[in-house]
Design a protein around this ligand. Structure first.
Ligand code: GLP
Length: 241
């Protein structure tokens, strides 16, 4: 079931997202599912500002990130580990041992995926933050990914590599071709899901997620089967609804 919020500025989108996150932070040991990409950056800025001004503590929070590139070192400037440290973790009081990010630089990806899923299984994500790819991917679950998927290695779609080339000197050749991602079934286990999407290039994917047929061709359409999904959009992303 979708609760849809359309806001008229990115700041308002981020404030709405932050309001939902703050409710989750009231729990004793909140478990947060975190995403990279430009969409949640405003939310992370609000979390940092609130930590600095109001002292909201993340000392007991546990975080799981959705995905990580394969083929670049863990602390490459474009790794999702670096992104999370730069945009959130280095500015709040979360202990390093409470941070889980899929490993993309190991020798045995299958074993690393299984280990990640086993860690996830020890917890229950209270709030999963998601962006959405222009092809309808969530995490790095590209079109065609099984709705039953757990953490796995994935080949990145050409569209995704094009979209992400802006972070790699606009050179698609530098964008990794594979990633490790939590699966669609792993994501669906979260108690509550929050999707943030902005811009006209997301309108088709947002339509597919909410109104399209539920199909593995639009991975985000799996969310139609979840009973607590809030979607926060700008007008451009909502134009087809
Ligand atoms: C990447 C990430 C996704 C993210 C998507 C959208 O491919 N793997 O988790 O949701 O991009 O990114 P953005 O928010 O920058 O549009």
């Amino acid at each position: 079931m979708f609760n849809i919020i359309i806001a008229d500025s990115y700041d308002k989108i981020s404030s709405e997202a932050f309001r939902i996150l703050k409710e989750i932070m009231l729990a004793d040991s909140p478990v947060l599912g975190l995403a990279t990409g430009s969409s949640p950056i405003g939310l992370y800025k609000k979390m940092i500002a609130d930590h600095n001004t109001n002292g909201t503590s993340y000392a007991k929070a546990i975080t799981f990130n959705l995905d990580e590139y394969i083929g670049i070192p863990a602390f490459h400037e474009q790794s999702y580990r670096s992104f999370m440290h730069e945009n959130l973790f280095d500015h709040i009081d979360i202990p390093e041992e409470n941070i889980y990010i899929p490993r993309g630089d190991g020798e045995d990806h299958a074993a690393d995926c299984a280990a990640y899923e086993a860690e996830l299984a020890k917890y229950h994500i209270d709030l999963q933050i998601l962006g959405i790819g222009s092809d309808g991917h969530i995490g790095f679950n590209e079109p065609g990914t099984s709705f039953d998927s757990l953490t796995h290695v994935t080949d990145l779609a050409e569209q995704t590599r094009k979209d992400n080339a802006r972070f790699f000197d606009d050179d698609i050749g530098q964008v990794p071709s594979q990633a490790v991602t939590m699966g669609l079934a792993s994501i669906m286990k979260a108690r509550k899901i929050l999707v943030i999407a902005c811009g006209a290039n997301k309108a088709e994917a947002v339509y597919g997620m909410i109104k399209g047929p539920q199909s593995e061709e639009c991975p985000a359409s799996i969310l139609q089967s979840h009973d607590d999904v809030t979607v926060i959009l700008d007008k451009e992303a909502a134009v087809r609804l």
